[in-house]
Design a protein around this ligand. Structure first.
Ligand code: URA
Length: 214
């Protein structure tokens, strides 16, 4: 197990080096540094946001600004240590002025996140915000689907996707803050090894609605 974790760390470090050198879209030009992602290379659960902001760009680490502080509090609320999860983003360089990432930027960055997920091989992927949701459940609306777990075939395996609002949206809107707290409280029941883990049939909609093949 320790060896496996070490292998995964090396593989992730290798991708991080490629991300640091990436010039496949224009984002790298204005960014200070890339933000490949961080956390446990063997995490059962990963959290995927949109893209680095100012503080992430300064430090090269994901979710270290105001939204990151809220994410830390939400993780604490459900007794998940930040170093027991892995946190990454759809795009790895900061979009100028924190604008939304463009389709071609998301497309160019996509192989990195796909590869990272393949290596970490998580059981659960929590999407934070609509760009991350769109990757795993295209066409879904966050206001309709937040907090509802789905099975999605991704990187060769069925994984549980739990869509959440973006923490930055919760900082701007009290109702979303209440909702994100409620949704986070649902996470522990999906982590395996717990006696109260629901049967998958119980947490999902009928199969034809929940399955999406990539
Ligand atoms: N918002 C994101 O989507 N990602 C970060 O890393 C920080 C803020």
């Amino acid at each position: 197990m320790v060896v496996r974790q070490q292998d995964k760390k090396e593989e992730l470090d290798n991708i991080a080096q490629q991300i640091n050198k990436c010039n496949q879209c224009r984002l790298y030009r204005q960014a200070l540094r890339a933000v490949p992602g961080s956390g446990d290379p063997d995490a059962k659960i990963i959290f995927i946001g949109e893209g680095p902001g100012y503080h992430e760009d300064q430090q090269g680490l994901p979710f270290v600004g105001a939204a990151g502080k809220l994410l830390d509090r939400l993780l604490q609320m459900i007794d998940l240590a930040r170093d027991a999860v892995w946190i990454g983003n759809v795009v790895k360089h900061r979009p100028p002025e924190n604008r939304e990432p463009l389709p071609e930027e998301i497309e160019a960055c996509q192989p990195f996140l796909n590869e990272q997920i393949k290596i970490i091989d998580p059981e659960i992927i929590v999407t934070l915000g609509r760009f991350s949701l769109e990757k795993f459940l295209p066409g879904e609306k966050i206001s309709r689907i937040h907090g509802q777990a789905r099975y999605v075939e991704f990187a060769g395996k069925k994984r549980i996707i739990i869509p959440m609002y973006h923490p930055a949206a919760a900082l701007r809107n009290g109702l979303i803050m209440e909702q994100i707290k409620k949704d986070f409280k649902k996470i522990p029941q999906f982590l395996s090894g717990r006696e109260d883990t629901p049967q998958l049939e119980e947490i999902n909609e009928p199969e034809e609605k929940q399955m999406k093949l990539f």
